[in-house]
Ligand binder design. Structure first.
Ligand code: GLP
Length: 251
C-alpha cells in the first residue's frame, strides 16, 4: 500500500483530508473531487468545510462525482445518495450543485425494468468523469466485507460504472438508514467500478472502529483479490489509507 496513516480519531483523519483537498483547490480551482457517502467521510467533509470558510477559498469552480447510488429511490428520498451528498458535502462546502453529479441522477428512481436506460447510465457516467479530466482525489469508505462504493466481493477489478445487486450483508449494514427494516433497503445500486476508482489520481480511504479491522487487514496485507475489492488499492500508485487504532488492530 502506498501509504498507511494511523490516527487517534476521525477528526484527526478529517484534518489530513481537509488540508490535502483545500491545498488542491487553491492550486486547481476547478478540481474534481470523488465523493463518498457513509459515516466514515463525514468528519473529513466537516474539516474541509471549516478550512474552506476560514481561509475564504473559492470553491465555485469545484466539480464532484459521487461513487454510487441506490436504484429505485427517487432523488428526493432523504436516504438517496443524491440527497446525502447534497446534505453532507454540497451545502456545507457551498459547492455549485450543478457541478456535482451522482451516478443515479439521470435515472431518478426509474424502475428496474427500464433496462436500456439503466444499462446506458454507467458508461455515460464514466464518460462524464473522463470529460471532466478525471478525478483528482477520491475519498473512500469501506464496507465490513471489503466493498468500496458498492463493488461487493467478486466484482471485477477492471469494472466500470454499472448496475449491481447489493449483497445481503450490505443491506443488513445499511438498514440503520431505513428504520432498521431491511425490506425498505433497495436491492440494487449503480456504482463506479473498481476500474473507475483506480483511475482517480489520488485515493484516500478512511476506516474507523473494530468492525472494519478484518476488512482493513485484507485490504492492506491480503493478496489483491476480487474477494476484497478494496485490496485493489494496492495496485494504485497514490493510495492513502487513514485508519484509527481499532481499525488497524489486526495489522
Ligand atoms: C455504503 C457505501 C460505501 C461506504 C460503506 C461504509 O455501503 N456505499 O461507499 O463506504 O457504506 O459506510 P460507513 O462509512 O458508514 O461504515
Amino acid at each position: 500500500m502506498a501509504e498507511v496513516i494511523i490516527v487517534k480519531n476521525e477528526e484527526e483523519a478529517g484534518e489530513i483530508y481537509g488540508r490535502c483537498v483545500a491545498d488542491l483547490i487553491k492550486a486547481k480551482p476547478n478540481a474534481v473531487l470523488g465523493l463518498a457517502t457513509g459515516s466514515s467521510p463525514l468528519a473529513a467533509y466537516q474539516a474541509l468545510a471549516k478550512i474552506v470558510h476560514e481561509e475564504h477559498i473559492d470553491v465555485s469552480q469545484v466539480r464532484g462525482f459521487a461513487l454510487d447510488e441506490y436504484l429505485g429511490l427517487p432523488l428526493t428520498h432523504p436516504e438517496s445518495y443524491h440527497s446525502t451528498i447534497h446534505r453532507t458535502v454540497v451545502e456545507p462546502l457551498g459547492l455549485d450543485p450543478a457541478k456535482v453529479h451522482v451516478p443515479g441522477d439521470v435515472l431518478n428512481g426509474a424502475p428496474l425494468e427500464d433496462g436500456d436506460k439503466i444499462a446506458a447510465a454507467g458508461p455515460a457516467y464514466d464518460s462524464a468523469i473522463e470529460a471532466a479530466g478525471g478525478i483528482d482525489v477520491q475519498i473512500l469508505g469501506i464496507g465490513t466485507d471489503g466493498h468500496i462504493g458498492f463493488n461487493e466481493p467478486g466484482s471485477s477489478l477492471a469494472s466500470g460504472t454499472r448496475v449491481k445487486t447489493l449483497a445481503e450483508q450490505t443491506r443488513i449494514d445499511n438498514a440503520r438508514f431505513f428504520d432498521d427494516d431491511i425490506n425498505q433497503v433497495p436491492t440494487h445500486c449503480i456504482t463506479q467500478g473498481i476500474g473507475t476508482v483506480l483511475k482517480a489520481r489520488h485515493l484516500v480511504l478512511l476506516a474507523f472502529g473494530s468492525g472494519k479491522a478484518e476488512a482493513i487487514e485484507e485490504t492492506i496485507e491480503g493478496g489483491v483479490s476480487a474477494f476484497c475489492p478494496a485490496s485493489a488499492l494496492q495496485l494504485h500508485p497514490h493510495a492513502t489509507v487513514i485508519i484509527d487504532e481499532e481499525a488497524a488492530s489486526r495489522l
